[in-house]
Design a protein around this ligand. Sequence first.
Ligand SMILES: Cc1cc2nc3c(=O)[nH]c(=O)nc-3n(C[C@H](O)[C@H](O)[C@H](O)COP(=O)(O)O)c2cc1C
Length: 164
Amino acid sequence: METIGLFYGSDTGTTEDIVEKIKNTFSKEIEIHNIADSSKEDIEKYDKLILASPTWGSGDLQADWEDFENNLQEIDFSSKTIALVGLGDQESYSDTFCNSLSHLYAHVKAGNVVGKTSTDGYHYDESESVIDGEFVGLAIDDVNQDELTDERIEAWVKDIEGSF
Ligand SMILES: Cc1cc2nc3c(=O)[nH]c(=O)nc-3n(C[C@H](O)[C@H](O)[C@H](O)COP(=O)(O)O)c2cc1C
């Protein structure tokens, strides 16, 4: 399917707001789904995907994504194009900043993963989501750097739109 499927989880609503902004910034059609209400087949029907999760616990995926992880393992992402969005808090959780990206990445890395981003401008001690010097997706810290959120989304969408 040519339309982009965007699947997200959110405990306190921030990721939900971010994915709306992404949809409004994109020039192509995006269908947004809460992962809490989604099935494996819902994801499988899209060739182009955006997956978004905040980081909870100590570097974990958001709870609805954790519940969905068995499904993720069964999906064949190898012929799909995927972009990832992770949320986190680099001051309070400096050792596990945006680790949610790394969990999503582990499931989809057989596919064409686009939208890796620079770590410039973030201040944290450790993140498992940095591979070969880059975040494996868009890292948003709306707790400490909300003034940068819109420009980060705009730059990221510009970067990946051609791949979609
Ligand atoms: C109890 C708790 C644990 C958290 N753990 C992490 C973490 O390990 N790493 C991180 O980068 N952010 C962590 N965060 C920050 C959240 O990811 C951040 O607040 C995010 O914007 C929440 O998104 P949501 O409103 O969509 O649920 C944590 C926040 C709370 C309250």
